[in-house]
Design a protein around this ligand. Sequence first.
Ligand code: ZN
Length: 188
Amino acid sequence: MTVRQITIYGHRALAQPTRKVREVTDDIRALVADMYETMDAAEGVGLAAPQVGSRWRLFVYNCPDAEGVRRRGEVINPRLQRFGGLTLDEETLEGCLSVPGEGFPTARHRGARVTGTDLRGAPVTIEDEGGILARALQHEVDHLDGSLYLDRLSPARRREALDAVTARGWRARGLLTWDPSRLAPDEV
Ligand code: ZN
């Protein structure tokens, strides 16, 4: 297993919709194993394939649910249902390993249910309401649809976020990826 480079805001892989996985090949298994390793190295709660430059429709997660129970797994070809009200909690900052070191209040539905399959082809259903996991599920499926949480911010917050991104200087430095085995998110 290998820690892969994580793509940064501005990388084209983050702006493209993903492709459905038709067959779990050795390449897919290796990708998922590396994504677990990469997520853990970055101490993230989730990681979607575009964040390691891949176009497959899958993500991994390692995240507490509303009861505080840590849940971990992979979902291939996820479908998302949102439920509960759309709420904006000003006290909770949403962050993303592809926008390292930043965080902004982001409106999300209280509940989320994702269905798909795991690496063995078994059906999986993950559901959470009111926990970090519910937010993470919505966040990861956004990645697979080619969007980022920054796209969900209010116009004022989005301007603030884009200023913060500019100030980080990733584009000016030509930085399209970062290495979580060598840096913490705030050091990118
Ligand atoms: Zn993200």
